[in-house]
Design a protein around this ligand. Structure first.
Ligand SMILES: [Zn+2]
Length: 50
């Protein structure tokens, strides 16, 4: 089990494919979310997972 990370997520929207790209500077986790338009999306969901 990984410890919950309290790192502050850095995110931006990739202009090439409109995906949200996020990265945690503390643990190095990162990812991208596409197809987020029109649906509720909360960074806090990622914060609790990475
Ligand atoms: Zn982290």
């Amino acid at each position: 089990m990984r410890k919950p990370c309290v790192g502050e997520i850095q995110s931006y929207i990739d202009p090439e494919d409109d995906a949200i790209v996020w990265r945690c500077p503390v643990c190095g986790d990162n990812g991208a979310i596409s197809g987020w338009e029109g649906s509720f999306w909360d960074l806090s969901t990622i914060v609790t997972r990475h």
